[in-house]
Ligand binder design. Structure first.
Ligand code: FAD
Ligand code: NAI
Length: 475
């Protein structure tokens, strides 16, 4: 016998589980299907983000940062550490515990909000009389019938042709989060977000990390001034970044992985690594969804085609998160999930794509919202920019973390904030103020006139806003 629901969500990552909870809050009868399995074969909702993405990477970044602090920076505070050791198995075990706490938290939230959870793969069977039949292939096969379907099936790591992930030598994000011993030499292809975050983790623990990047410019989407500072600091930390390379043959052997590549000067090179992480972007995932059964339209990249409201080509079928256009970020997926649930309930859910923040959790962290200086130049828009270095911020000095700066860009005439770019301590937290300000269409002067606690890193934000008008007080 099939079970009937107002809303069936396929995929329990941040897009899907949040959509399910919001729809349930709005009084809908909701099911969420997710196929992710933990090591024991049990359910592990939370998707890429919880299992092999945001959460585990931040757990390892935190552990490795503690290690680096103890090894290199505690001495500045008069703290001597002797016999410092890294137990990688324990670090990875802690990361697994953090992941499990999040999986369990989502199962609890489903219960609390009366969302029916189904563990297994969901696929379209047919559309019939305005309803959709969805099969769940799991331990207990089920058939669900839905008035509305939200597809939130996420994305998978993109492989390089001829170098499939074996997760032992050639690693996707999954294997990169589960390395058992610190590799002596770690190769990374792609200097994007994953390459820099995972490269930082293993470098801090002692790996010699080489990152091979195809583009001639570093972090092209980031404000140029920030990207330049980041390149300088990461290189100083010991990351070997090679830009403008062309990857050739990748071979695995008993001793590790060999990567043939042409460097920026055109010379043939060979990199020998104990392990290789390939982080060259991700592809939308519709594997096993049986989109053909109902005629759900995909684009040439395999993403589900949606309009600005996340409506697909089919009535009452919606799609959110990494499986559709736009940035592949957990908070973007969540916002779309909430907006779709609200639209289903007859409300006017909205996502402001212009104020989605980005964060790279390296040290220093990099965070931004809105437009970069180079993008505004290309648009020909008149702007004013001002920045303030953490070196001149009292709290940053007390922390012993003075690298980087906050930069504001505002419209030359109206002073409306167009972009805020931060490289420095806790940039991930500081960026929220800029997101709020931009969401309320604030001017740089609005931020400059607001009282910020002293001593705090947020004073650098206020000072950068003052810098737009060339009147910093502490620099
Ligand atoms: P996913 O999280 O991929 O979830 C999709 C879920 O659907 C999965 O559980 C999958 O098993 C399930 N599924 C797929 N098909 C089916 C099916 N047919 N039936 C049932 N279930 C199915 N983003 C950030 O914002 N901040 C970060 O710090 C960050 N760090 C990251 C670090 C790494 C290493 C990686 C790889 C990604 C990171 N991301 C980060 C990106 C973030 O993880 C994704 O943007 C986010 O998970 C997308 O959410 P989603 O719900 O669209 O898809
Ligand atoms: P990415 O898009 O961030 O970076 C990929 C990099 O690989 C680019 O610099 C690209 O030029 C390079 N590249 C592509 N093909 C190449 C080739 N053949 N040879 C060499 N270099 C090549 O992708 P990444 O790092 O895989 O991450 C995927 C997505 O996951 C990110 O875009 C982001 O949306 C999400 N993510 C977000 C995080 C965060 O918010 N902190 C952390 C990690 C991932």
């Amino acid at each position: 016998m099939s079970q009937q629901f107002d809303v069936v969500v396929i995929g329990g990552g941040p897009g899907g589980y949040i959509a399910a909870i919001r729809a349930a809050q709005l009084g809908k009868k909701v099911a969420c299907i997710d196929e992710w399995q933990n090591a024991k074969g049990g359910p592990a909702p939370g998707g890429t983000c919880t299992n092999v993405g945001c959460i585990p990477s931040k757990a390892l970044l935190q552990s490795s940062e503690h290690y680096e602090q103890a090894a290199h920076h505690f001495a500045d505070h008069g703290i001597t550490v002797s016999g410092l050791k890294m137990d990688v198995a324990k670090m990875v075990g802690r990361k697994d515990t953090v992941v499990k706490q999040n999986n369990d938290g989502i199962l609890y939230l489903f219960k609390k909000n009366k969302v029916s959870f189904f563990h297994g793969r969901g696929s379209f069977v047919k559309a019939d009389g305005g309803l959709y039949e969805i099969a769940v292939a799991g331990e207990k096969p089920e058939t669900l019938v839905a008035t509305h379907v939200i597809v939130a099936t996420g994305s998978n790591a993109r492989a390089l042709p001829g170098a499939p992930f074996d997760e032992k030598l050639i690693l996707s994000n999954d294997g990169a989060l589960n390395i058992a011993d610190v590799p002596k030499k770690l190769g990374v292809i792609g200097s994007g977000v994953i390459g820099l975050e995972m490269g930082s983790v293993w470098r801090r623990l002692g790996s010699e990390v080489t990152i091979l990047e195809a583009m001639p410019t570093f972090l092209g989407a980031v404000d140029e001034q920030v990207a330049k500072e980041a390149l300088k600091l990461f290189t100083k930390q010991g990351l070997k970044l090679q830009l403008g390379v062309k990857i050739g043959e990748i071979k695995t052997g008993k001793k590790g992985v060999t990567v043939a590549y042409t460097d920026a000067a055109g010379a043939e090179q060979k990199g020998e690594f104990d392990k290789l992480i390939i982080s060259i972007g991700r592809v939308p995932n519709t594997i096993g969804l049986n989109t053909e059964a109902v005629g759900l339209a995909l684009d040439e990249r395999g993403a589900i085609v949606v309009d600005a409201d996340c409506k697909t080509n089919l009535p009452n079928v919606w799609a959110v998160g990494d499986v559709v256009r736009g940035p592949m970020l957990a908070h973007k997926a969540e916002e779309e999930g909430v907006a779709v649930a609200e639209r289903i309930a007859g409300q006017h859910g909205h996502v402001d794509f212009d104020t989605i923040p980005w964060v790279i959790y390296t040290s220093p962290e990099i965070a931004w919202v809105g437009k970069t200086e180079q993008a505004l130049k290309a648009e020909g828009r008149a702007y004013k920019a001002g920045s303030f270095p953490f070196l001149a911020n009292g709290r940053a000095r007390a922390l012993g973390d003075t690298n980087g700066f906050v930069k504001f860009i505002a419209d030359a005439v109206t002073d409306e904030i167009l972009g805020v770019h931060i490289i420095g301590p806790f940039a991930s937290e500081l960026i929220s103020e800029a997101v709020v300000a931009m969401s309320f269409k604030a001017s740089a002067e609005d931020i400059a006139r607001i009282c910020h606690a002293h001593p705090s890193l947020s004073e650098a934000t206020k000072e950068a806003a003052l810098a737009v008008d060339k009147r910093t007080l502490n620099f």
